[in-house]
Design a protein around this ligand. Structure first.
Ligand SMILES: Cc1ncc(COP(=O)(O)O)c(C=O)c1O
Length: 475
C-alpha cells in the first residue's frame, strides 16, 4: 500500500508540475520523472529486501522456538565464501536440556559436515543442463564403462594427495554407494559353480549391515558365516576387513589367515579426520565412499580399487545388471567436491589448507571426542575405547583415532545399554546388532552440532542412581 500511495503522490506532483510546462521544457520533465522513478524503485527494492530479511528472521525465530528445549548461543551464520579454519571451529554452545527431546544417534548420517560445505558457498556448485548426462555411457573404452572420467581423475588425485591408497595399476569401479560395491564384490569373489555358498565373515564387532546385506537375497553364491574369530571351516571364504572399524574404530588386519582367503578391505573411514594416515593401502580389493569421506551420503557414491582385472570385470557386470551403471549427475557433483578439496591442498603448502576440509573435519572430530570423553567421565556410568597415538603423514602430526562412531559401554551393572539410554531419550544402536554384548551401544559422532552437544550434555547428567532406578524398573 505504501508504495501505491507513494506512486500516487508522485503522479500528482507531476501533474501539478505540468502546469508549469510553460516554464520547463518536456526534456526537463522527463529527467525529473526519471529521477523520481529511480528513487521510488530503489525504495521498493530496499523495503523488499528488508521484508525478506524480516521474513528470514521470523522463520529463524520460529524454528528456534520449535526446537523447543534447546537454546544455543549465537550460532554463526554461514558465510558465502571460503573461510579459515578458526572461523569454522566448533562453536561453543550453552545448552539447556529438560531431558524431553529425543536425540537420535542411531544412524551414521554425516550431517556434521553440512556446516563446512555451507560455508564454502558456491565454490562447489555445478550446473547440469537438461540436455547433459543423457547417455547411459560415460567412457566406453574403460572396463567400468559407466565411470565418469573426471570422477576417476579426482579419485586418483585425492588418494595421491592424502596418501591413503595406492591407485597405480588398480581398476576403479564406481558404485551406488559402497553398499552396492560390497554386493558386487561378494558376487565377483564367489565361484559360480561351487557346491555350496561361499562363507562371508568379519571379526566382531562388525558393521551391522554386513549380515543383512549378505543374506538379503538368499544367494546361492555366498552366505553370512558370522564372527571371523570363530570361523574354522575349510575351503574358500571372504573376510571383510573394516579399518578403522565400524562400530569400535579399531585398526584391523585379517584374522582368519587361511588358504582360500578372499579379502575385502572396507576403507570407508580411512581418512585423516578419523585416523592417522600411516601408509597408502594397497590390498586386492578396497572400498571407499563419499558418504564418510566428504559427508555426501545423499550422492550415493562409492568406488572400489581392484587389482585383478577379472574381479573388476565381474563387479562391473554386477552393477550393469543391477542398476545399468551409476548416476552421472552424482559422479559429476562428486568430482567437483573432490576437486575443491584437492585444490586447497595443492600446491603443497597452499596457505588455504589450514581452512581445508580435512583440517576442519579433523579438528571438529577432535573437539567432539574431547567433549564425549569429558561427559562420560562426569557421568561415571560409561567407558570408551582408548586409541594409541600414531603419526599421520598427511596432517604431519601424531594423534589417536577419533572414530565416526563411539563404541560406548555402560558400566555400573547396566546390562542393556541401548535400553538404558532409550529411557533417557537417547537412541543408539544396540551392541547385539554388531555381534557383540548389549552392554555396548554404537553412537554416531557425525550428527549436527545441536544434537551432538545435547547428547554430551545429557550423557554427563546420567549418574549411578539413575542406573539403579532403571534396573529396578526392568527385571
Ligand atoms: C564400514 C562401512 N561400509 C560401508 C558403508 C556404506 O557406505 P555407502 O553410504 O557408500 O553405501 C558404511 C556406512 O555407514 C560403513 O560404515
Amino acid at each position: 500500500m505504501k508504495h501505491i500511495e507513494g506512486y500516487l503522490r508522485v503522479s500528482l506532483f507531476l501533474s501539478e508540475m505540468g502546469k508549469l510546462s510553460s516554464v520547463f521544457s518536456l526534456r526537463h520533465f522527463l529527467v525529473l520523472s526519471l529521477a523520481l522513478n529511480v528513487a521510488l524503485i530503489s525504495r521498493v527494492v530496499y523495503e523488499g529486501e528488508n521484508w525478506r530479511e524480516e521474513q528470514i528472521r521470523a522463520l529463524m525465530a520460529d524454528a528456534s522456538e520449535k526446537s523447543a528445549h534447546v537454546s544455543i548461543s549465537s550460532p554463526s551464520p554461514p558465510s558465502p565464501s571460503p573461510s579459515t579454519s578458526s572461523s569454522m571451529a566448533v562453536t561453543s554452545t550453552e545448552i539447556k536440556d529438560d531431558g524431553e527431546r529425543v536425540i537420535n544417534l542411531d544412524h551414521g548420517d554425516p550431517t556434521m559436515y553440512e556446516r563446512f560445505w555451507q560455508q564454502m558457498g558456491d565454490i562447489t556448485t555445478i550446473v547440469i543442463s537438461g540436455w547433459q548426462s543423457m547417455s547411459y555411457f560415460s567412457d566406453v573404452k574403460n572396463l567400468c564403462w559407466f565411470l565418469e572420467p573426471e570422477f576417476a581423475k579426482q579419485i586418483i588425485r585425492l588418494h595421491k594427495i592424502v596418501g591413503n591408497a595406492v591407485t597405480d595399476n588398480y581398476y576403479i569401479v564406481v558404485g551406488t554407494g559402497s553398499t552396492q560395491l560390497f554386493q558386487a564384490a561378494l558376487y565377483a569373489l564367489s565361484p559360480p559353480n561351487a557346491s555350496e555358498p561361499m562363507s562371508v565373515v568379519s571379526a566382531a564387532p562388525f558393521y551391522s549391515s554386513y549380515p543383512s546385506v549378505t543374506d538379503f537375497l538368499k544367494s546361492g553364491l555366498y552366505k553370512w558365516a558370522g564372527d571371523a574369530n570363530n570361523f574354522n571351516k575349510d575351503g574358500p571364504y571372504i573376510e571383510l576387513v573394516t579399518s578403522p572399524n565400524n562400530p569400535d574404530g579399531s585398526i584391523r588386519q585379517p584374522v582368519v589367515n587361511r588358504s582360500g582367503e578372499n579379502l575385502v578391505h572396507d576403507f570407508a573411514y580411512y581418512w585423516p579426520q578419523y585416523t592417522p594416515i600411516s601408509s597408502p593401502a594397497d590390498h586386492d580389493l578396497m572400498l571407499f565412499t563419499v558418504s564418510k569421506a566428504t559427508g555426501h551420503a545423499g550422492m550415493r557414491l562409492g568406488w572400489a580399487l581392484v587389482k585383478d582385472k577379472e574381479v573388476a570385470k565381474k563387479m562391473t557386470s554386477f552393477i550393469e545388471l543391477n542398476t545399468i551403471g551409476v548416476s552421472k549427475d552424482s559422479q559429476q557433483r562428486a568430482a567437483k567436491i573432490l576437486q575443491v578439496i584437492s585444490d586447497s591442498y595443492e600446491p603443497v603448502g597452499n596457505p588455504k589448507q589450514s581452512g581445508s576440509f580435512f583440517h576442519f573435519s579433523h579438528s571438529m572430530m577432535e573437539e567432539r571426542w574431547k567433549a564425549l570423553r569429558s561427559a562420560a567421565k562426569q557421568s561415571g556410568l560409561f567407558s570408551l575405547p582408548e586409541f594409541p597415538s600414531s603419526f599421520c603423514n598427511f596432517l604431519g602430526q601424531a594423534f589417536g583415532s577419533q572414530p565416526a562412531f563411539a563404541w560406548l559401554k555402560c558400566e555400573g551393572g547396566i546390562e542393556d545399554c541401548g535400553n538404558f539410554l532409550k529411557k533417557h531419550k537417547i537412541l543408539a544402536r544396540n551392541g547385539k546388532h554388531f555381534g557383540a554384548s548389549p552392554e555396548y551401544v554404537r553412537v554416531s559422532m557425525l550428527d549436527r552440532d545441536e544434537s551432538f552437544n545435547l547428547f554430551t550434555k545429557r550423557l554427563s547428567s546420567l549418574h549411578l542412581s539413575q542406573s539403579k532406578d532403571h534396573e529396578e524398573e526392568s527385571p
